[in-house]
Each structure stands twice: as structure tokens, then as C-alpha cells.
Design a protein around this ligand. Sequence first.
Ligand code: AG3
Length: 276
Amino acid sequence: MELWFTEKQTPNVGITCKITRTLHTETTPFQELAVIETLQFGRMLVLDGMVQTTVVDEFVYHEMIAHVALNTHPNPEKVMVIGGGDGGTIREIVKHPKVKKAVLVEIDERVIEVSKQYLPEIAVALMGNPKVEVRVEDGIKHVKEHKGEYDVIIIDSTEPVGPAVELFSEDFYKKVYESLKDDGIMVAQTESPFFNRDIIKNSFTRIGKNFPITRLYFATVPTYPSGVWTFTLGSKKYDPLAVKKEDIFVDPSNKYYNAEVHFGAFMLPNFIAEII
Ligand code: AG3
């Protein structure tokens, strides 16, 4: 018998993976959570039917959401991730030698626990890393209560449906701005330039209302809708394109991000550039 998982990414297109088994399913207070074993991409974390990460391609998204901002800031000592309960973004953040503290603020404790159990290579930094603090808390509440505290804030959210809707609002980006120090930087995952052009445009405009330097960049993630994914960076002071190449920190374990990719990711094909 063949077992297949399909995410219907739009009403007209989906991604289908042959699987060997379902490792875990549950309904948490926030969402439906599953971990399945795919043949092509290894273990896969699925929330509300949407692929969040897979063992085989997670490095692209996690390196790219973390290292671009960390290398734009000259001294990223205190960093926060909102969402990102699988731990992949935190794992990348603690690779950076200047990071002293990385705080994960995830609303759904079950995502953290299930990731630790079934995706240990992704969740590794959530299991006793001295630089990491894990907080099960609403990110919106957290930014309101922590003003002027962070050097870098990374919004590693799900799609803007369900628990993450507010994480794409102008008011939230303003709270993120206020939670950053005077020279802070934020990054948000902002979806597919093929399928979610409105989301990209709206996020860019909303982030740009708060941050004087706003830039869109992209990476290729095979298991996400269309395989092309964007990130939007908002910065109070430092421009990611003004970074000196020789100052860029590249961990030897990186599989995607390097000093060339740092700049190349901002070189947008026309169909992406025209969105913003
Ligand atoms: N968060 C963004 C995943 C969005 C994928 N969308 C989809 N499959 N329709 C990923 C979290 C990884 N730490």
C-alpha cells in the first residue's frame, strides 16, 4: 500500500509526498499538529495541513531567516524569535559568535515538545543550550511588555491564517519596532512571490511605515508553496547591503548562507521586485 500526504497550497495546486508513516498527530489548543516521515524530504512538521519544515530542506529557510539580520547588525547580543517552535531558527542564531542570549517566544508549547521528540536535529538548541531561553507565551504580549530590549527580532510565523494573523499587522510591526533597541533589526517570513503577492506587498508597506530601511530578499525552499520564499527585513539604522563582505560571519556548518548569498538574496528578479 502506498501512503501519500498532500498539502493543498492553493485551490489549484498542491505538494504531494510519499510517506512511510505518521509519527504523531494531535490537536493542540492552537492548531492541528503532525509529524510525518516522507521518503524524499525526511521527517516533516505540518501545522493545520501546511508544511512548516522538513529535515532535508529546513536549512535554507532557517539559515536565511537568521543570518542575514545577524550579519547586518554589528553586535547582535540579544535576539528574539517569535514563533519558530521547531527551534531551527534558534539553532542558527546561537551559531553566531556575538549572540549572548536567544529568546524563543512560542505560543504553542506542543510544537516545541513534539519537535524536541521527533525533530531533534532541528530542535537541538532548545534542549539545554545555555544561551537559549524558551518562553511559552504570546509573542504579541511579549513585545508589548519588553520595550527597547532586543538587537534583532525574527518573526518565524506560520501563514497569516489562524494564530498568526496578527503577526502580519501594522500594529504588531510597530510593537516589534518598540521592542528593539535604537539600532535594532527585524526580519519576517513573508511568503511566496508567485502565490502571495498581496501578503508581500502589505507586509513590506507596513514594515516600511515603521522602519527607515526596509528590504525584501528571497531564498528557494522546495517544500514551500512555489518553492520560492521571501523575507522582509526592517532596520532602524543598518543597511544589509552596506555590510562589509569581510565582516560577514559564515559558520562552517552552513549549507546555504554565505557572504555572496548575503548580497545575492537581495538581487530581485523583476517579477519579485515589482511587487513592492
Ligand atoms: N514558517 C513558515 C512556513 C510557511 C509554509 N507555508 C505553507 N506550507 N503553506 C516555517 C516555520 C519554520 N521554523
